[in-house]
Design a protein around this ligand. Sequence first.
Ligand code: ZN
Length: 452
Amino acid sequence: MPDPNWPAVADETVRHLQALIRLDTTNPPGSELVAAEYIAGVLRAEDLEPLVLESGPGRGNVVARLKGSGEAPPILLYGHTDVVPAEPAHWTHPPFAADIADGFLWGRGALDMKGTVAQQLMVFMLLKRMGLPLRRDVILAATADEEVNGEDGFGLAWLVKHHPDLLKAEFGLTELGGYNLDFAGKTVYPIQVAEKGTCWLKVRARGRPCHGSMPHRDNAVVHLARAVDRLATRGLPYHLCAAADGFLDAASAAVGGPLGNALHLLKSPLGAEQALQGPLKEHDLNPFFVAMLHNTATPTGLAAGYKTNVIPGEAEVTIDGRTLPGFDTAAFLAELKAVMGEELEYEVTMESPPLETRHDTRLFALMADTLRRHDPQAQVLPYMMSGATDAKYMARLGVPSYGFAPVQMPRGMEFPSLFHAHDERVPVAGLAWGVQVLFEVVKAHCTEQLFG
Ligand SMILES: [Zn+2]
């Protein structure tokens, strides 16, 4: 089987990415149907039969499937076609022009994530064109409304609710991972394997209302202030989830030396206390390490009182809570109550569960090996992020995801710094590099002999 003509594949990927960027899918209002129709048109020209699924006025998703022999379960490549707003005045090149200059393709969505959508489209078409003997189906989904509505939106949440059978797969590959970062002078490639959950809440203290000139011991403002102080001083207990364990093993081996030792210490509760108060205390990533090893509860708002001379009957703190894999809301609240106090009232205002995908899989090893083959410097790290992506909707179908959207960034330029930023752009060479990496992973995953 001859290899694809990679320079031609690079040009074709760039052309599709330019076309997608020029379709303004700023959300709100989204208007992603035009992007879904563009992708469907490209696929139809390859004799494929994509489904365009309209989810609202101007909103739409596209799903396509390459049939395999069915010996193994399907793999899903998925991404969102909406983008966050751009302020053209701050851009070097207009955000929807898709100019190519200085080795970059400039435009809103170049990284988040039309660049990945174009790569996935390209990989999907290459598999079809080469007529490879696929042992499993490959599903491609480009969906709406990731940036705004989520749960009640027109994108993946809608698709999972209304057309779950189109998406069922063993694994999904999507955004956030597979790009290089500089970590202590080493080239690391995170692959996202976990996401923290969310538990937003209000915690209320009650006391006896009274005139402010007659202080007493049952003051709601004081009760609440003490509880917030206990939370800030003591924090929540240490936990090591599988994603953090894998990250710390790989990261400590990658960097070595005193920093590697300090990272290794984070693998036990006592070691973590020493390291976070000692060698890692001033490290830029200290908050990241803390978040990786604990459920967190951050006070972000306070409300109490209405008149200087009145002791109010209640006081309230708003808390942004984030939960580790393995914790549900009840278990998180139990930890929080143990620190802040059982006597307070806890009202959950928003929650979404944490996610964790095993990283001891053949597919993870394939991604890591392929990255190393294409970048001999690459140190691959399983990684947990503290925010949330569309992967949580796939998890509802029982489909675990990896964040794997490979792009090689030029040295000194970091992928996350361009996310949602002015002058979002993707290096043309790095995008083409990523198409090849993604193709090789998917091809091997779908064609290799299965063991056991
Ligand atoms: Zn995104």
